[in-house]
Design a protein. Structure first.
Length: 52
């Protein structure tokens, strides 16, 4: 369930950025997706170390 919730939250944030910034949104979307990717990358080693 958390995977679906994460997707909904990220999708909602993307919609909000587009609504807020209009045609300038790509710059903000790029920054936002870089932040999300950095957070995911930081979590991957910790997640791999946890037992299933």
């Amino acid at each position: 369930m958390s995977d679906l919730a994460d997707g909904a939250i990220i999708g909602s944030a993307i919609v909000a950025l587009v609504r807020q910034h209009g045609t300038a949104a790509p710059r903000y979307l790029a920054a936002y997706t870089r932040e999300i990717q950095a957070a995911i990358d930081a979590e991957e080693p910790a997640a791999a170390a946890k037992p299933a």
